[in-house]
Design a protein around this ligand. Sequence first.
Ligand code: 13P
Length: 263
Amino acid sequence: MPTTRKPILAANWKMNKGPAETEDFLKSFLQKLQEKKNFPCEIVIAPPFVSLAKAAEMLSASNAPVQLAAQNASQYDAGAYTGETTMLMLKEFFVHYVILGHSERRAIYGESDEVINAKLKKAREAHLKPIFCIGETLAEREGGKLEEVLGRQITVGLDGLGEKDMLDTVIAYEPVWAIGTGVTATTEQAQQAHAFVRGLVAKMFGKEVAEKVRIQYGGSVKPANAAELMACPDIDGALVGGAALDPQSFFDLVKNACTVVEE
Ligand code: 13P
């Protein structure tokens, strides 16, 4: 991971931790962060919507180097969309990032590449930074469709975005078979996919933009494997589920990942 791209370590809590548990986590995590003066990477936490207010309150009071992300938002501006949240509403909670296109949104809620593309554009209109997730299933990988799937997700998902939008977008490569399974992609598999994705970004936005875009790896990242993944030339961070639910575990993961940047 070249130092020209600031690594980004993000916790995706999924449907875990209401406000009380968010408070407990942050009390402990923020205290641990004080053990270390400077972090050569960005740290992001994505709690459920109902916990954003508590997280925002605690983060602004502590001045901690942690930014907030939401896990999803609507492609629409306002109106009769029961249960939905707009990008602009998120801004009121000091949210900087929004995770879009997570494989769970794609598989369970049927979000298509086109819907995800509309959400990316809406996020940029609101000056939110998308964490745009892509990744293949095991059947797609075993069927030799890795490049076709990533190609479609990138081409349709990023269609119509400008260069500046792309520079403010983080891509998260999360092979579906590695999410929550304990099976991590090997560093070779991850690096190969990341290099391929960077190549696709170069075709759409030019080489200079592609060299600056950060591509995170996600899927069973833990404190023990974070550093070796981060050492790959095209891996610029991690999007972490299970191992980010415990403050000690996420802190160790951040610390271990940072050792690669500090070397
Ligand atoms: P796990 O780290 O639990 O495999 O989840 C990864 C993920 O889906 C992050 O968005």
